[in-house]
Each structure stands twice: as C-alpha cells, then as structure tokens.
Design a binder for this molecule. Structure first.
Ligand code: ATP
Length: 238
C-alpha cells in the first residue's frame, strides 16, 4: 500500500490518499483539541493509543455485524480505511446526561437516561456544530430519509455492543459520537471510536477516563486512555 498526497488535515488526524482510489490512510496525531480548536495541545502517545484503540473497537463492531470503514492497522499511528463519501453529520447517543446537554436543557448532571437519547449535530466548526433534526438533514440534502434511519439504527446497535463491552471492563459508556459515510451504495461507520469522541467513567467511582480530563484541565489524559485500553485487555507498545 503506497501512501500518496495529503487529502485533509483535521484537528486530530491527517488523511492521505493511497495508490488504491478506494482506500485512505488515517494518521492519528498527538494533537488534542477542545472548544472548536481553541485549546490545542500535543499529548505524547495519544495518537498511537487512539489508533490502536479504534482498531480494537472497530473489530468488535465488525464482529457484531456493523459495517465499518476499517481495513487494517499499518503502524502504531496509522490505519488503512475505505474512502467514504462522508455525511457531514455527527450521531450522538447519551446513556447518562452530562456536558452540553446539561447546559442546554438544564437537566441534572449524571442522570441515567432510559431510554438513551439520540441527537444529530451538523459538522461545522464555525457554527459550533449546531444540533439539527431529521428534517433539516433531508431538506438540506445532507442525507436521505433511508440514510437517516440507517444512521440511527447503526448508532443504537453500536450502543448495544459497546455498553456491555465497557461495563464488563468496569466502565460506563456515558455518551459517544459517530460519523458515517457512503461507499459503493452502502452506508459505513467511518472516522474513529476513541476516548477523544466518547465519555467513559469508572463504573464505581465515576472518575472520568476520557477527553473531559483534557477539556477540564484535570491532567492524566493519556494515562486515563491507557487505563481504558488495559481494562479492555489490549496490550500497548512501550
Ligand atoms: P472533528 O474533530 O470535528 O471530527 P476534524 O475534521 O478536525 O473534525 P479529524 O479527526 O482531525 O477531524 O479529521 C479526520 C477527517 O477525516 C474528518 O473530517 C472525518 O470526517 C474524515 N474521515 C474519517 N474517516 C473517513 C473515511 N473513511 N473516508 C473519508 N473521510 C474520512
């Protein structure tokens, strides 16, 4: 697999073309950003941990029958994926209310949600990723009604698989965001699943083990990500 031109440099990953027009390389960088890129820091080992963590989770999701873009790990910080036509929408499931929703709706922080709630956000940093609904997505042609239904169905299926996986490791999957894209007539899970894009709390103490440690300046960010990986039974390079 030959790496070629840089296609896109995001806040945390760089995307490269390859000699196969259907495949891309995702390079997970150590850059860590929050508040629409206003706070940025380099965290040693974070790129490697997120790349290997994402590979582990995508493998579990594929085993459960969820179509993902993931192909294989190429190096500690790089993975090969299918080149998707990304839908500019983030799909968020919340099992516990915390963060943005608490401010927005004035609900109690830490409240367990039964059923879990679902939200769509438009991927647009300048507009601060506003919340949108099914009708916005269809009326503005970001995705079809069928794609909206599939994104919801797959996002909840991911919840079913990962809630149990994390709980068995003593962790609460509080919330997470997913991105989807089109490939040869199908809809696939794209981007990444890592502690950068989800919230994970220790099931007993409710200690935060995700990017909220960075947002809130709690320190021990990479140590927390490593702790999660170890609890899931992963082994990480020294
Ligand atoms: P955000 O952090 O808000 O998701 P970003 O663009 O800064 O935005 P990065 O993770 O740094 O995010 O960049 C990765 C980019 O690659 C994202 O725009 C994502 O939608 C895109 N992407 C992820 N997987 C694929 C794929 N399989 N095919 C095409 N593009 C992809």
């Amino acid at each position: 697999m030959q790496k070629s031109d840089e296609l896109y440099r995001g806040k945390a990953k760089t995307v490269y073309q390859t000699d196969d027009p259907d495949k891309l390389i995702l390079h997970f960088r150590n850059d860590t950003s929050a508040f629409d890129g206003k706070k940025i820091e380099q965290l040693d080992r974070k790129g490697m941990i997120n790349n290997l963590f994402n590979a582990f989770i995508m493998g579990k999701l594929a085993d459960a029958g969820i179509p993902t873009h993931f192909e294989k790990v190429l190096s500690n910080e790089e993975s090969l994926v299918k080149k998707l036509e990304m839908i500019p929408i983030e799909c968020v499931v919340r099992n516990i209310a915390t963060g943005g929703i608490v401010k927005r709706l004035g609900v109690q922080d830490g409240l367990e949600l039964d059923p879990p709630t679902f939200e769509f956000f438009l991927k647009n940093d300048e507009l601060h990723d506003p919340m949108v609904n099914d009708y916005h997505i269809q009326s503005f042609n970001w995705a079809t009604a069928e794609e909206v239904a599939t994104m919801k169905e797959l996002t909840f299926k991911v919840n079913h698989v990962l809630k149990k996986l994390f709980l068995d490791a003593g962790l609460l999957l509080v919330d997470y965001k997913l991105e989807f894209g089109r490939f040869k007539g199908g809809l696939y899970l794209g981007d990444e699943f890592s502690p950068d894009g989800c919230r994970l709390w220790d099931a007993k103490t409710r200690e935060k083990l995700d990017k909220d440690r960075f947002r809130q300046g709690l320190g021990g960010v990479v140590e927390a990500y490593e702790e999660v990986a170890l609890r899931l039974g992963m082994t990480l390079p020294k």
